[in-house]
Design a protein around this ligand. Sequence first.
Ligand code: PMP
Ligand code: GLN
Length: 382
Amino acid sequence: LVPRLQPFTSTIFAEMTALAVSTGAVNLGQGFPDTDGPAAMLDAAKDALFGGANQYPPGPGRPELRRAISAHRARYGLEYDPDGEILVTAGATEAIAASLLALTEPGDEVIVIEPYYDSYAASVALAGATRRVVSLVERDGRFALDTDAVRAAITPKTRAILVNSPHNPTGTVFTRAELTALAGLCVEHDLLVITDEVYEHLVFDDAEHLPLATFPGMRERTVGISSAGKTFNCTGWKIGWVCSTPELVAAVKAAKQFMTFVSGGPLQPAVAYALEHELDWVERLRTSLSGKRDRLAAGLAEAGFAVRPSAGTYFICADVRPLGFTDAAELAWQLPERVGVAAVPVKVFTDHPDEWQHVLRFAFCKRDEVLDEAIQRLHKLS
Ligand code: PMP
Ligand code: GLN
């Protein structure tokens, strides 16, 4: 294995899920739902499978899916031409990797906000670029974006910034003020922006998802990425997409076409169907997930954790120090054996493990009885 990939030989999700399976633990580590998406979407996939949609779809994705993505993006007031400004990918993961491979060179710097989704560091490394990490800061009771720190991280070599909101693992949803300041910096320094919006529908209370591309001067510099997995409970389908300018989409496609060319042929019409007809289902999912967040937050607090607020995603973070632990990673490795629950230590998503070593991430995208069982087991910790 080449040196630049040596830090990335396994993922925390694969490791924790394997440990959860081998110990019979309730898996609140890897974020995936334990119920299916809308029945009509599954039927549409079945119809496509038996209706002959089993050969290569077109390189940019099936036209009906690109049209549905365009209509979905237009809900934010963003217009993208299905022919040339939209590319279907093998999940958001491929979209992120292909964007970095297509748009950065060895020596370029990419700003990444930590804690960061694990594929970001690996994909920056794949591209041979250098990551410059900016930490979220605890401010007013939430993990907030420190735009002064972003400004300080910009150098003449900075090519792009990768922005994830709603944010995995903290559940932070960036505010209009944070995004306005960030957009101002990107325009001022002429940066490319890669936005990971896979949790765009999963926002709670009064939080609102605002795509960075909607801010002044941003559409032409933003590669907007999302995927169906989190919106329609189909994380295994790996249908993602990119919305951007014709030039940027063509660049991403140049890299993508030699990784997978295309994928998920019969799933693409089903996702098109869901984007067009199942947003009411997604609204119910959102309401249900906000209840699950409250349920797990209350349970974790009762079990002795100091729970941080989560305004979106599948995830909630908790400080393990009130229970007498200092290292959440050490605890995470013991937890499945000791009480029968799996969670993920946040420090593995950072370049500053000391600052994040007390934080554990729990996924709440599970049936209520599963969450209740996990909570009951976690009470054994105190
Ligand atoms: N970005 C974030 C922030 C994620 O949490 C995930 C995984 N769930 C992905 C990207 C990957 O999305 P996909 O499964 O569509 O590749
Ligand atoms: N996105 C999921 C999470 O954060 C995991 C995806 C994966 O296993 N690669 O838990």
